[in-house]
Design a protein around this ligand. Sequence first.
Ligand code: DGJ
Length: 728
Amino acid sequence: MIKKYLVLYGFAFSISLSGFAKDYLLSTNKTSLLISASEGKKSLFQYYGGKVTEDDIKGIYEAGTALNVETYPTFGVTPGIEKALSVVHADGTLSTDLVVDKVNQYQSEDGNILEIVMKDRVYPLKIKQFYKAYKETDIISTWVEILNTGSKPIHLHKFSSAFLPVKRGENWLTHFHGGWAAESMLEEEKLTNGQKIIANTDGTRNTQTDYPSVMLSVDGRPQEETGHVIGVSLAWSGNYIIKIIANNMMINLLAGILEDNSQYLLESDETFTTPELAMTCSLEGKGGVSRAFHRWALKYKLHNGYKERDVLLNSWEGVYFNVSQSEMNKMMREISSMGGELFVMDDGWFGDKYPRNSAASGLGDWTVNKNKLPMGIEGLVDYAKKQKIKFGIWIEPEMANIKSELFEKYPDWILKDDNRPLTAGRSKTQVVLDLSNPEVQDFVFGVVDDLMKKYPEIAYIKWDANCGIMNYASQYLPSDKQSHIYIEYHKGLVNVLKRIREKYPELVMQACASGGGRMNYGLLPYFEEFWTSDNTDALQRVYMQWSVSNFLPAAAMAAHVSAEKNHNTGRVTPLKYRFDVAMSGRLGMEIQPSDMSVEEKEFAKCAIESYKKIRPIVQFGDLYRLVSPYDNKGIASLMYVTPDKDKAVAFVYKIHHLRRAIIPDVRFYGLDKNKKYRITDLTPDGEKRSLLDGKIFSGNQLMTSGVSIIKDMKEEYSSLALILEEIK
Ligand code: DGJ
């Protein structure tokens, strides 16, 4: 078949002279997606991988590498593969048969878009399938709009965001599993034929168990810097499913909102838009996938992505619920004297009739507890100003306690079934507000708005959510739309967050949900950062932060130095180790400073000063993961490099302590072979400096033979934080 190729708005598309397949090539710097679509025919997924040009399209077909699989398979007409869409039409028919109506290509501010408009051959149903190549990134995202063009309602039983076919080979799956205080532990397994499901059903905290982000290798066990790996992440904060179906011929990945108990009644003329599935394809292993996601996150998906994050002290592990003016003032004085820039008062500051002295009461009543804080928030804000630091505050605005004035006044704002006894969450008294209800959305918006109107100096909000959806019933949604609760909850939440962002674009917000329950790209566009885990144990954080870094950038990953004896694990680690681990993310502290010795405070001051120097490199640099803690090599190591490769920051952590254990040399990938670098120890422990401190090496040597750190790793919980600077 002879083909002719045209380029339009940065897209290449080919027109077959035979009049059949029209090919649409959508490319980023390093990746390409090839789809063929012709009016009246099926839209077909042909290729997704490393970048190809228009000249290669013919070859993709001739080499037999074209996949030729429907881009959005639907239930009911063809057998075989699992479908992405299943609809019950108004007359009860369950089958759908889509063909291409037209294809549109255009640019938005942030990307090049390919829009495939399809319609059912018989029934009044239209699907718009979008593929968007984000400018200056290697991310292509995809989602669909489902339009009921008929005059009667229809039911959506299945409505995936995407259907992604992947070549069968030695495919491995990388995903991130967890639970409270042990979020995001990496799991890697070779895919065998059958199905693998990654899903979450909590209702509000969708990354507490598994992430909606996975990697799929195409050519064997995934490596950090080599090999062909596809990464996908679903931008949704509610229940989700990622299903990977493998047989000898093909792998099919389906991703979207979890449809269980969420069938959707789509009214005449109504459009249902699925969340976006972001994808990248790397020929530089998992590291390439991560760097592509980080760049995309910083540029497009995190609120104020490229704005430096402050070093803060959070009061939680220091005082828990025992908030008081004097205690807060003391903590503010301490963090200010250690060089911190922000103090965050956590839970425990509110509740009048039902004071928040524990998790059992007060949620919903966002009035200051005058017994604890007689001078109110004003007193705190003023004191912060005196200490020359910013002030932040904790809220959990989507929730209420049964013991609250809010619950007494607005019982119908709660998700609950009036015919059943109420089940409650945290402390057996917590319930979830019904965010499908616009009045509740106004209330939640008002929690932030009232605080900001009264105290415009508030610079930071920690937004928590400590309860999943229980008592599955909405007193707002009609009876035929009760199955919309999981979805409408998150749409309502996003509505609120959009309003907040419009009005308060500079307010920094942290997404927290019982620790790391909200590390997803559904909510991150409204937040600067997320709380990674309530487990601040430095050793376990090495594992968790490693996993988190696969899809999320360090700028967003809150990492706090906590007490010497960790409150969660009881493990005792040196302050240097705790700092070196926290400095590889967005550094903060979560400690009672009055428990620290003078020497420790001095160390903290120096470490914070060092962090400020490396902050742009860590927060916005390119990440190279060097030695994985999951490989059990006795150490873990990672490095951030500036785009010009003139500076880098490397971290090394000892993770096992056995006499005569094998400790590998560390090779600093990601540098420039032709440059020379001086290494400086950023956090020397007293007089003890790394043996590498002050030494100069070529980039070539650092990348090929690497350095031995065995002598620096003698003690249990040894660690290094090193800066590498180009010598001109
Ligand atoms: C859960 C969060 O993860 C903690 O950091 C803390 O804010 C508590 N909630 C407060 O109740």
